[in-house]
Design a protein around this ligand. Structure first.
Ligand SMILES: [Zn+2]
Length: 58
């Protein structure tokens, strides 16, 4: 599980804009439409504050 790259398809809970984000990203990602904070780094993990619509494995 740790060796694979995981991408998440998430939906902004505020404006429903879809975003593809890297699962292990340690960055804060904001919605490009409404600026809602979608992911937030928390102690090496990423806390996702949006709805996960799909998990994409590469
Ligand atoms: Zn949004």
């Amino acid at each position: 599980m740790e060796s694979k790259s995981k991408f998440l398809k998430i939906v902004c809970p505020r404006c429903r804009q879809r975003h593809i984000v890297f699962g292990k990203s340690s960055l804060s990602i904001k919605c490009r439409k409404c600026n809602y904070l979608l992911t937030k780094p928390a102690g090496g993990k990423t806390k996702i504050r949006a709805m996960i619509e799909a998990i994409l494995w590469r």
